[in-house]
Design a protein around this ligand. Structure first.
Ligand code: SF4
Ligand code: SF4
Length: 406
């Protein structure tokens, strides 16, 4: 694609990066076939190729309108288009640059700005979110259709094993996960403990920064990332073997710290080290399967696995969790269109509720197609989103795997 970026951005780092990405796109449109919003709405501007054109126009200095912002807002950032693209167009990076520019050049209505501010203020703060969740539970009978967004209960966390092994890995507690499903990290710690690895959490570690960064408070998101690096750094210096992610939405972001902070002279080297150490829990378990397999008890049940977009498209970790679950004795039922997003996508289910609800309905019916006994997934956002409308139980796969250990 030929480009002529406007003077205001051409010679900036973002301008150069966007230009390089745009030039790779050959307009073939293969990506539209796997774009969930294009499949729902049938509008070229609600598919990746159309959005790439909109961002190109914005970067070339053409008029940016509320329609431009609307089409970019409707993007799930699922990155299915990146998986499909034969030219290696890094759509997600381009979208970060395009959204920032469009946000600066248009005036978002006050109510939208307020909603985004509240989400950016509440979700990354673990104790504030937990308190509001507890209040929401009390108010559940009065919330009407909103009640399904507030889970009636939280599974018990269970006991965390004492750190007794020489091999140590670091876990991210995360911001919303401890309040919604504290059993996930405990299950990961117990599974790893059985194979000689102690999982530890860093005191004071907060949000990975994804929430604020993707709400377009990019500087605030970068501050969250720096704060998390500071919390983790003593453990890194003490030689933790890996940083384990049980939420793929956080994992994809931490794996990108190296890129996101590469122009920060104080943090670039540490960010690169953190990204290099980061693994999804499925990658860790897969690598240790020889030690784990003798520990599995009786055969597991029939399950449908939902691979989050942040795992399969963002981190390019495909079929690994499925392999781990099959080795653990679970029978995986077929799931059509497993490459498509469930509609959770961070704060998308709150900011784009209608599209999100349609995607959730489609996903739940695809997951139920093979008559599983339960649905397993790998990201707290997808888990909470699917659980709010599912007839089947929905949980993190590591919690199900832990139950299989004899
Ligand atoms: S990130 Fe997802 S929703 Fe956005 S354009 Fe790509 S495929 Fe479509
Ligand atoms: S598949 Fe890749 S090269 Fe083709 S239109 Fe989409 S982004 Fe451009």
């Amino acid at each position: 694609m030929q480009t002529t970026l406007a003077d205001f951005i051409r010679d900036t780092p973002e301008g150069r990066e966007a230009d390089a990405i745009l030039r790779k796109c050959v307009h073939c449109g293969f990506c539209t076939a796997t774009c969930p919003t294009y499949l729902l709405l049938g509008d070229e501007n609600d598919g990746p190729r159309g959005r790439i054109y909109l961002m190109k126009q914005a970067l070339e200095g053409q008029e940016i309108t509320d329609r431009t912002r609307l089409h970019l807002d409707r993007c799930l950032t699922c990155r299915a288009c990146e998986t499909t693209c034969p030219s290696g167009v890094q759509y997600g990076r381009l979208l970060d640059i395009g959204r920032k520019l469009v946000e600066e050049k248009t005036a978002r209505p006050g109510w939208e700005r307020f909603k985004r501010r509240v989400l950016a203020a509440v979700l990354p703060r673990r104790f504030l979110f937990a308190s509001l969740l507890a209040l929401g539970r009390l108010a559940r009978p009065f919330l009407g259709s909103l009640a399904e967004k507030v889970p009636a209960s939280t599974p018990p966390a269970g006991a965390w094993p004492a750190p007794r092994h020489a091999r140590k890995m670091l876990a991210l507690a995360g911001c919303v996960q401890p309040a919604l499903s504290p059993d996930i990290n405990t299950a990961a710690a117990r599974v790893l403990d059985r194979i000689g690895i102690s999982l530890v959490e860093a005191k004071g570690a907060g949000c990975c920064g994804a929430l604020r960064y993707h709400l377009n408070y990019q500087e605030d998101g970068l501050e969250d990332m720096r704060a998390l690096i500071d919390s983790w750094w003593p453990h890194v210096e003490n030689g933790v073997e890996a940083i384990v992610m049980t939420a793929s939405g956080c994992g994809v972001t931490v794996k990108e710290y190296a890129h996101l902070l590469e122009r920060d002279p104080r943090y670039a080297a540490r960010a690169a080290k953190i990204s290099a150490l980061t693994r999804d829990i499925s990658e860790v378990i897969d690598a240790e399967h020889a030690r784990l397999e003798p520990l599995f008890g009786k055969k597991g049940g029939r399950i449908a696995f939902h691979p989050p977009c942040t795992l399969q498209h963002g981190q390019n970790v495909r079929s690994v969790t499925e392999r781990v679950l099959a080795r653990a004795g679970f029978e995986l039922t077929p799931v059509p269109d497993s490459h498509l997003c469930c509609g959770s996508a961070g704060t998308y289910s709150i900011l784009q509720p209608e599209l999100s609800a349609r995607l959730k309905r489609n996903k739940l019916s695809a997951l139920a197609a093979g008559s599983p006994e339960e649905i397993l997934t790998a990201n707290i956002g997808c888990l909470a989103h699917l659980r709010s409308g599912a007839e089947l139980p929905v949980r993190h796969w590591i919690a199900a795997l832990e139950e299989r250990l004899s």
